[in-house]
Design a binder for this molecule. Structure first.
Ligand code: PEP
Ligand code: MG
Length: 325
């Protein structure tokens, strides 16, 4: 199958009726970037920076981070590179960091919460990302945002990092865009307010499903309840996309559901701007995008919103896809 789709590697991802749906890759390292580019990714919609921190026995220095971010940016040329600030805690621990004992680590001391608590670490990372932005098309993204205050607090540290670089005469992209992950129901419910504070949204369905359904994404006992096609999630997606559109900011999806072939009519009906997924999903998804009319999907949106169960929703999507074939 991989070989069969090889000719699509450099083909832009556009529906037959002209809707461009970006297909970017989720990566965690420079090595994964090569695989993603060979696999037909347009750019990187989610660079998970955790592994840069996990690969060591101490925090990576600014220069070390800069070297990695810069290499990724340069390899991408002018293509999109969304770098997410550190998202440790939850299931990802650093050996050299004092993670607290927690009953609910996914709802605990993690992601932007650590960054805002340890501004020293946060600022080092922001400085490295900013400096790398002089070498490519870098966008910044904050994980696990739940409030407007968090965005503003993070942006304050960003502003400090910028003035430091200015004072030191170090170059960076002055217009670097700032976006947030939408992966907590609170963020969905205030998406209209958050949209006024940022340049783009990226919906993280892995955490959003977990928190919407109160189903731990790591717990095998209840994995049958982890339903990305639950009608509640569909409503969350709709609220988020509508809020982004009303404010005129871009909105993409970067959780596992982004790469799920069954969901493509849903993404086209919601009219999201892009999908970011594991490298191996890109070519099969691109093949489908090239065959799926966006106009044909606009009608399915309302139908899907009326579904009462995940099973109904999945069946509806399947019927729609079968009709296209
Ligand atoms: C998500 O939560 O959907 C996401 C993309 O982030 P991660 O899987 O790294 O938590
Ligand atoms: Mg997440």
């Amino acid at each position: 199958d991989k070989r069969r789709l090889q000719h699509l590697v450099n083909t832009p991802s556009i529906t037959p009726d002209g809707k461009a749906l970006r297909l970017d890759a989720n990566i965690s390292s420079l090595k994964e970037l090569d695989i993603a580019l060979a696999g037909g990714a347009a750019g990187v919609g989610l660079f998970r920076t955790e592994f840069l921190y996990m690969d060591r026995n101490r925090f990576p220095k600014e220069e070390e981070q800069l070297a990695v971010y810069r290499s990724v940016a340069e390899k991408l040329g002018g293509e999109n590179l969304v770098i997410r600030t550190l998202d440790i805690g939850g299931d990802k621990h650093l050996d050299y960091f004092q993670h607290p004992e927690e009953d609910n680590p996914f709802m605990g001391y993690r992601a932007i919460r650590i960054s805002l608590d340890r501004k020293d670490l946060f600022k080092t990372q922001l400085r490295a990302i900013l400096r790398a932005s002089a070498y490519g098309n870098i966008k910044l993204m904050y994980p696990l945002i739940t409030s407007v205050d968090e965005v503003r607090a993070a942006n304050e540290v960003l502003a400090e990092a910028k003035s430091e670089l200015d004072a030191e005469g170090l170059d960076y992209d002055r217009d670097v865009e700032v976006g947030i992950m939408i992966e907590v129901p609170a963020a969905v419910m205030i998406a209209d307010l958050l949209a006024c504070e940022v340049d783009f949204f990226s919906i993280g369905t892995n955490d959003l499903v977990q928190f919407t359904l109160a189903v731990d994404r790591m717990n095998e006992e209840i994995s049958h309840l982890y339903e990305p096609f639950h009608p509640a999630l569909l409503r969350m997606l709709k609220l988020t996309v509508d809020a982004a559109k009303a404010q005129g900011i871009r909105v993409g999806v970067c959780g596992e559901l982004a790469g799920d072939m069954r969901a493509l009519p849903l993404w086209l009906s919601l009219d999201v701007d892009g999908l970011s997924m594991s490298a191996h999903s890109i070519l099969p998804m691109k093949e489908r995008v090239l065959l799926t009319e966006r106009k044909a999907c606009s009608g399915i949106g309302e139908k899907l919103q009326r579904c009462r169960t995940s099973r109904e929703l999945i069946a509806e999507l399947q019927i729609f896809m079968d009709k296209l074939d």
